[in-house]
Design a protein around this ligand. Structure first.
Ligand code: ACO
Length: 383
């Protein structure tokens, strides 16, 4: 029995197969990601986020007519229920992180929807999460939220609601590519959370709210903010080696590196790295991109030196940070923007889980004492 499977307990459920899915295949040895039958590279820069959501939910790309209808349905659902904005105002007064505001806001999203229409609930969740994030961001900075513009695509409208400016094609393409790239990824922690919640026959809003909570942590979707902070703190290529060495020697983890499944480079890092390069090139200043590439190279070399045999490579979060920064997003919005993309996959997994109908209920191995006897409170000692 290995250390990771003591008493039959598989630590971190590593390599445990707990669901069958047609949504995505993650090959950690080859560094391959397939999304609903398409290699990531085949679709990441060709389709819109709306097409990606349709693909995950219906297992095929939409026809032109279906895409127009589906995009319109999402656009119509973008405005928030009346009670959501006051809640976001209260959260902004407390200066909560945007991910907490998104979690609170998401829980309100079915206030104006019929409980017996789960497809509409799913559409509202996807359509409204960007509205929450953008409204919250503006409130936190003392600005009034902007109403969504139904004439804009999902990505264009998100950028517009954040900045008040209608974005150019290059920015919209970059955000679409990002949202598609992170839309689904096997049975990761937040997707497992969502599936577990609906497996009890709970509802989609509860599942997505729980999934947002799971995504928030720095070992999952909370890594890109710290990854970018690290690049800024390093500041110059020659400082990367001593800086990263001291972090690893202090027992800290380098954010944006390592993955439970990928033992080679995360294919999403390449797709997002290329998208980031194009974005910075268009902007005319490649200095941050080049510094990040040097930090990446140094980090991978040092991780191989300090953690031999662990195969710690760049993961999706490192280039997420660079891309989202290039799009003008502040670090506080990196994880919420990840959630905006991953919501498509969470909901697709919920639909799959609902079809199996089986409750997810593993077991635990008891490691406590047995045979204890009750004593009156005045006779107990604190040992
Ligand atoms: N930096 C330094 N050391 C690391 C890193 C890292 N980024 N990742 C793993 N290690 C080390 C661990 O310290 C451990 O070393 P040890 O055995 O000497 O103590 C060893 O590698 C194995 O670590 P585990 O935690 O068992 O690996 P696990 O598969 O559970 O972790 C994880 C995967 C959580 C992603 C990890 O690599 C990590 O913490 N990375 C940094 C955070 C990050 O980038 N998260 C985003 C992941 S992508 C996503 O969720 C979308």
């Amino acid at each position: 029995m290995t250390a990771s499977s003591m008493n039959g307990v598989v630590s971190g459920l590593e390599n445990v197969v707990a669901a069958t899915t047609r949504l995505s295949s993650v090959n950690g040895q080859k560094g391959e990601l397939i999304l609903a039958g398409f290699p990531l590279e085949e679709i990441a820069e060709r389709i819109s986020f709306e097409e990606m959501v349709f693909l995950l939910w219906h297992d095929r790309l939409p026809t032109a007519g279906e895409l127009t209808n589906f995009s319109q349905q999402l656009a119509d659902l973008r405005p928030l229920p009346a009670a959501t904005l006051p809640l976001l105002r209260a959260a902004a007064q407390s200066m909560l992180p945007a991910m907490d505001a998104l979690r609170m806001g998401a829980a309100t999203l079915d206030l104006d929807l019929p409980a017996q229409d789960p497809l509409r609930q799913a559409q509202a969740l996807v359509a409204r999460m960007p509205t929450i994030v953008a409204a919250y961001w503006r409130l936190k900075r003392g600005e009034e939220p902007l109403p969504p513009d139904p004439a804009l695509s999902h990505s264009a409208n998100y950028l517009y609601m954040l900045s008040g400016e209608k974005p150019g094609e290059a920015l919209v393409r970059a955000l679409d590519t990002y949202l598609i790239t992170v839309s689904d990824h096997g049975l990761n922690a937040s997707t497992f959370t969502a599936r577990t919640i609906v497996s009890t026959r709970s509802d989609l809003v509860s599942a997505v709210t729980g999934a947002i909570g799971a995504l928030k942590g720095p070992l999952h979707g909370g890594a890109p903010g710290p990854a970018l902070d690290m690049v800024f703190e390093i500041g110059a290529a020659e400082r990367a080696d001593p800086f990263l060495r001291s972090k690893i020697e202090a027992g800290e983890r380098l954010m944006g590196f390592g993955h439970r499944v990928y033992k080679v480079r995360d294919p999403r890092a390449d797709v997002l790295g290329r998208a980031a390069a194009r974005l910075y090139q268009a902007d005319g200043d490649m200095s941050l991109y080049e510094l990040a590439k040097q930090v990446e190279e140094t980090a991978v070399t040092l991780l191989a030196e300090y953690k031999p045999g662990r195969n710690l490579q760049t993961n999706v979060e490192f280039f997420t940070a660079l891309l989202l920064h290039g799009l003008g997003l502040p670090t506080d919005l990196f994880s919420p923007t990840f959630a905006v993309g991953r919501a498509a996959g969470w909901l697709a997994h919920c639909f799959e889980q609902q079809q199996t109908g089986r409750l997810i209920r593993p077991k635990s191995a008891y490691s406590g004492e047995t045979g204890r006897r009750w004593q009156p409170v005045d006779q107990r000692t604190d040992r």
